[in-house]
Design a protein around this ligand. Sequence first.
Ligand SMILES: [Zn+2]
Length: 469
Amino acid sequence: MMAWGQLATDDDLVRFDREARDGAQGYAWLTEATARIGHRLTGSAQGAMAEAFADSLFRVVGVPHVHQFPFEAVSWSRGMVEVRFQQGDWSIPFATVALANTPVEAEVHATIVDAGNGLRDDLERRGEAVRNKIVLMNLGLVAAPPGTANLHRSEKTALALQHGAAGVVFVNNVAGHVLLTGTASIDGTAIPIPAVCITEEDGALLRERLAQYEEPLKVFIRMRNTRSMTTAHNVVAEIPGSTRPEEVIVVGGHLDSWDLATGATDNGLGSFSILDLARCFVAADIRPERTLRFVLFMGEEQGLLGSRALVEHYAATGELAHVKCMVNMDMCGNPQGFGVGGPVEWSAWLQRACSTIRQIDSAAFAGRTTQEIWLHSDHQPFLLKGVPVMYPLSDLGRHVYGCYHSSCDDIHLVDPAAMVNNVRFIGALLLELARADDLPEHFTPEALRLRLQESGLEEPLRIGGDWPW
Ligand SMILES: [Zn+2]
C-alpha cells in the first residue's frame, strides 16, 4: 500500500486502472439515484436530494475535503401548456412541451411563419414577415449545405425575438414522437415569449398543410409555469496535491438534469463517473502531485448557472490563476480520446498524454485528439476566462442522442461498461495532468479571441451576450 505523499508513477496508472475496473461503483450509484430521487432539476426537491446524495458519496468514499458552493438561481418549473393549430375548419391540439425559462403566463394566437432551420440567414430572409408571428423552426439542421453550423435553441430563440416574433414552435428532428425540453434562454433569465417543442412527425404534418393550403395556418399557445428564487449548490470535493498543492486540475460535470425523465445520460453518465473517479483515487491510495478538484455543477441546464457562479468567484478571489486546466464530463461514455481548447502547446501535450494512456489498453482507447471547441456546457465559463479546457470524445449512439432532454432519458440507455471506461481513461488523463513536469499556459486574451473566431464561435457568443470583447 502506498502512503499519501508518494509521487505518482506508472505503477499508479496500473493500480488506478485496476481499481476502476474491479471496484466500479458509478453505475450502481446512478441506478440508485434514478430509482430513489428521479430527475435532478435545479431548484426542485429532487435537485436538493441529488446534491445531498453526491455530497454524502464523496464523504463515504473518503475524499479529504468536501464542501458545497451555494449560488442563487431562479428555478423554473413547468405548469401546463396547450398548443393548438388552426387552419379554416381544421383545429387540432398537438402533443407539446414548454421549453424552460418561458413566461410564467402566456397566451398567444398568431399566424405561423416557417423559418426552416432558424439560423440568422433564415430569419433575415423572412425579415418583417416574422414580426408578431409565431416562428416554426427546426432544432436540428435539415437539408442545410455541408459545413453549415447549427445554433443552440436559445440562440435561435434570441434571433426570433430580435425579429419581433410572438412565439416559437420548435420541431424536434428525432423520429418516433419524441419531445425535447431545454432552456430557451441563453443566460437563465426569463424570455418574454412562449417557446414550445413539437414532434418531428407533427412538424412534417404542419409543413404539408402550409404547402397545400392558401389559408393562413394559425397557432394558439397557452402556458403557465412558475419561477422562484432558490439557492442551489455545486458539490465540490478535493484531493490536495502532494508537491504542488497550489496548482489545481478541475474535473467537472453537471449533476442537474431536466425533469421529463431521470437524466441518466444527461448527465448521470458524467456526474456519477466523477464520483467514481474520486473514489478510485482514494481507494487506490494515489496522492496526485497537483490538486484534483471534483466539481458537480447544478444549474447547467438553466444556463450554466453553477459554473458561471463558481468561475466568477474564482476570478474575484484570484483562484482562477491557479486552475491549470478544466476537464468537462458532459454526456460522455467510453471515451476514445480527448479534445482540448487551449493554446497550441496543449495539443502536443495531449497527444503525448494519450499515447501514455493507450499503454493501459490500446484496444479500448484509440487515443484520438482534436482541438475543436464548442459551447453550452460547464467548460464555457472557464474557457471564456482563458482557462484551457478538455473533454472526452464519445459516441454514445443514436438511441442515446435521440433521447437527449427527452422523456426517454432513463437508465436503460446507460451502458455500465461505458462508465467504467470513463473512469479508467479520464482518471488516467487526470493522473497525467497532475504529475506533468510542466503544463502549458492559459490563453492570452488575444489568442483566445482569435481561437474563438477561427472556431466560428463569435456569432453564437455575440447572440448570447457572452462575447468578452
Ligand atoms: Zn448536459
